[in-house]
Design a binder for this molecule. Structure first.
Ligand SMILES: Cc1ncc(COP(=O)(O)O)c(C=O)c1O
Length: 417
């Protein structure tokens, strides 16, 4: 096993590789906190490309299909419940783990949808979004040099979370075009330094929903290598064509070694409310709660009150959500086909990875993603920014379609007109 210094150096080398194309400033300048650099850990992290693409969209007055937020409102019930909470004194810190009502609602939801039993007093923690839940979990379980397996492409928040926690990412690719997981390749990545694996299903950016077989394969490795499964199930209710969403905590032997994380931002079109949660048995729950308490104290109090109400929405809400997103997904795929992209139809979530090889465009995904808003007025995200392995995703861009039908129609007019 390498000593810590060697591990630090090889981690840095790997991450500097990722940054190779992107650096505007020199390593030394970024490293100096007085001259504008930051702590050493920041040299491993680049600015979010998704935010950059959103800025480009604004500059060019482009339709923003880059960042994954809906351009429509949360359910009326949510807004009314938030108003009511603001008016009725729910404006101070809550218990750090979250209000009892919201924790009870989350525990009831986990039981109703997945048959998972969590004690709201011990096992459920309300966080400031999924982002915080993942960070609190990794900060709680990772020691310097521990490896965290990341299935790529991956959500861009994972790498900073691993780095902040002092971990080393180890990437395992999904296999295009259907983006399935090769379990032999995954086995090769597990080793005695593996502490955790991050599993995002339904998956951003590919739309893959992990099958029972894939999850059982992951579970077997977690048990064999004594690793923790940290999940990101934020798109659990945005699924198509009857594909079942299976939380890995339901696989035998996984409940005690899984932190199941999800959030309300996508299901209820409230990404700005910053409401997420983590469900885990002890000791994992106590561990992540300790970090959460000192990192954020609590999630926004009046919005927690509103979310407890929203989680009680009837099944019809979810049925309607499925129908609405299916229309958006079908529209997006037909736009991409008409515009000359090739794209695998997503099984879940609200993104499509589109290959632009057939376009008469001489450049990589970054130049394409900068060219598109300036010339056709549509903003997307370069595919390779979802990969840690150099060279992957270079002919793809990601489209987000959590948008009103008229927004998608306007994008079609620009891309195909
Ligand atoms: C897979 C995934 N995880 C987490 C997040 C962020 O979640 P939150 O806004 O709840 O922090 C996103 C946002 O796009 C996402 O796509």
């Amino acid at each position: 096993m390498k000593n810590l210094e060697e591990q630090e150096t090889s981690r840095e080398t790997r991450i500097m590789d990722i940054l190779e194309n992107e650096k505007g400033s020199s390593f030394a300048a970024r490293f100096d906190p007085v001259k504008g650099g930051g702590a050493r850990r920041l040299t491993m992290i680049r600015e979010s490309f998704i935010r950059e693409m959103t800025r480009l969209a604004i500059t060019h007055n482009a339709i923003n299909l880059s960042q994954g937020f809906p351009d429509f409102d949360p359910p009326r019930e949510a807004i009314e419940a938030a108003h009511q909470a603001l008016e009725s004194g729910g404006n101070q810190y809550t218990i750090t783990w979250g209000t009892p009502a919201l924790r009870q609602a989350i525990a009831a939801k986990m039981q109703r949808w997945y048959g998972l039993s969590f004690d709201p007093d011990q096992h459920v923690t309300v966080t400031c979004g999924v982002t915080e839940a993942i960070l609190a979990t990794l900060m709680g379980i990772i020691n310097t040099g521990d490896e965290v397996i990341v299935i790529e492409p991956y959500h861009e928040g994972y790498l900073p979370a691993i780095v902040f926690a002092g971990g080393v990412p180890r990437f395992v690719p999904l296999e295009a075009p259907a983006y399935t997981l090769d379990l032999d390749m995954l086995r090769d990545a597990f080793n005695d330094r593996t502490r955790a694996i991050l599993i995002n299903t339904p998956h951003n950016p590919t739309g893959h929903i992990f099958t029972r077989e894939e999850l059982e394969g992951i579970a077997e490795l977690c048990r064999e290598f004594n690793a923790v499964a940290v999940t990101d199930e934020i798109y659990e209710h945005i699924i198509y064509d009857g594909h079942p969403h299976i939380p890995i905590a339901t696989i035998p032997g996984m409940e005690e070694r899984t932190v199941t994380i999800s959030g309300l931002g996508k299901t209820f079109a409230m990404t700005g409310w910053r409401l997420g949660y983590a469900c885990a048995l002890n000791p994992l729950s106590t561990i992540l709660r300790t970090v959460h308490d000192f990192m954020t104290i609590c999630a926004p109090a009046p919005l927690q009150a509103a979310c407890a109400a929203v989680l009680g929405l009837p099944d019809e809400y979810y049925a309607q959500l499925g129908q609405d997103y299916t229309r958006r997904r079908d529209k997006m795929i037909s736009i991409l086909q008409r515009a000359g992209f090739s794209a695998h139809s997503p099984e879940g979530a609200f993104y499509a990875m589109a290959d632009f090889s057939a376009w008469d465009f001489d450049g990589d995904d970054y130049s394409f993603a900068r060219w598109l808003p300036a010339n056709l007025g549509v903003a997307v995200v370069p595919g390779s920014c979802f990969y840690g392995t150099k060279g992957m995703g270079k002919k793809t861009v990601r489209f987000a379609f959590a948008k009103k039908m008229e927004t998608l129609q306007a994008a079609e007019d620009r891309l195909c007109g």
